[in-house]
Design a protein around this ligand. Structure first.
Ligand SMILES: Cc1cc2nc3c(=O)[nH]c(=O)nc-3n(C[C@H](O)[C@H](O)[C@H](O)COP(=O)(O)OP(=O)(O)OC[C@H]3O[C@@H](n4cnc5c(N)ncnc54)[C@H](O)[C@@H]3O)c2cc1C
Length: 294
């Protein structure tokens, strides 16, 4: 690999919630931090139901501003096909998650971290000094490369770039998640989770209320190909039928209205989550729904 153009103590790969949090905490500890993000903008496209519990916010040592919160919620209600339901009260928030991730990155920057967008890690090799491991030289697309870092934190999401490049872990098993933003959805301030296998095989459906009557209505299912059809059928057959679907606020105007989603790792934590100068966090480590307390 080439000689480094940029050096740092900690290189964070990916500016999602895992990366933003890692960059913020590393910078708060006085380390010289660089966070790179493949996309040209942080936080979009959103691939999340956008819920976060009060406990998770406390654990992350964050004081989130009102501007990133869509609305507070009182807990979750689990609904079963026989019509029964169970309410679990625990305060939390539904975020405008793209704004939350942008704010996290800004917080990291205010603590001294540097953020480079449109920078993609494509290769990494260990470096040694006097026969001792001294860090990683990282290659990629973006003007800051090659980057020499004492520690790399892989927060690249379910794709897990470092696991792939270093052959650390096998690809995780994933399920598909898919949702629509809907309008004028009735709510009493609880998140509704439907354990209805007829629509979501080995998964569940949800109605996550947001501000001004908006809601994320979606599902996770093992049936990746059938996810959209199953969600459409659920909407058609269960009280959401006449409600309007629209694009989420982060999507550009004029784009055809459609849902949004992604995949979720379900194999559990990866076997290797750390090695010399390398730490995997969030989805890259197989830690499912870190925001939502797993
Ligand atoms: C439909 C759906 C609903 C969900 N709902 C919730 C929920 O309500 N609450 C909750 O807590 N969790 C939820 N989750 C899970 C949650 O979205 C993820 O666990 C969370 O986003 C993982 O954060 P992360 O920072 O690990 O990875 P990501 O958010 O995936 O961020 C990874 C970042 O790394 C970047 N990247 C990838 N490769 C590279 C590279 N080579 N170089 C540079 N950058 C790179 C990506 O562009 C991305 O920005 C949901 C998931 C789905 C799919």
């Amino acid at each position: 690999m080439d000689t480094p153009k940029t050096t740092c103590d900690v290189l964070v790969i990916g500016a999602g919630p895992g990366g933003g949090s890692a960059a913020l905490h590393s910078a708060r500890s006085g380390l010289d931090v660089i966070m790179i993000e493949d996309h040209s903008e942080i936080g979009t496209p959103v691939h999340c139901g956008e819920c976060i519990s009060e406990v998770a916010i406390k654990n992350l040592e964050l004081i989130i501003p009102d501007s990133v919160v869509s609305r507070p919620v009182d807990g979750i209600r689990v609904l079963f096909p026989d019509g029964t339901a169970k309410k679990l009260s625990e305060p939390g928030y539904v975020l405008e998650k793209h704004l939350f991730e942008q704010w996290l990155a800004e917080e990291a920057v205010s603590e001294g971290a540097k953020v480079h967008l449109s920078h993609k890690l494509t290769g990494m090799e260990k470096t040694f000094s006097d026969g001792q491991f001294s860090g990683w030289i990282c290659e990629g697309k973006g003007e800051q490369f090659p980057i020499q870092a004492k520690v790399v934190i892989d927060a690249s999401g379910v794709g897990g770039v470092c696991s792939k490049l270093l052959k650390l872990n096998p690809r995780p098993k994933v399920i598909a998640g898919m949702q629509y933003e809907m309008l004028e959805v009735p709510t009493d301030g609880y998140l509704d989770f439907y354990i209805w296998p007829n629509y979501a095989a080995k998964g569940y459906l949800w109605m996550i209320p947001k501000s001004n009557g908006r809601a994320n209505v979606g599902l996770v299912t093992e049936d990746k190909k059938g996810a959209v059809k199953s969600l459409d059928r659920f909407i058609e057959e269960h009280g959401f039928k006449d409600l309007e679907i629209r694009n989420p606020p982060w999507r550009k105007e004029g784009v055809k209205v459609r849902g949004f989603g992604g995949t979720i790792p379900i194999s559990g934590p990866h076997e290797v989550t750390h090695t010399d100068g390398l730490m995997l966090v969030g989805d890259a480590a197989g830690f499912t729904s870190p925001l939502f307390e797993g």
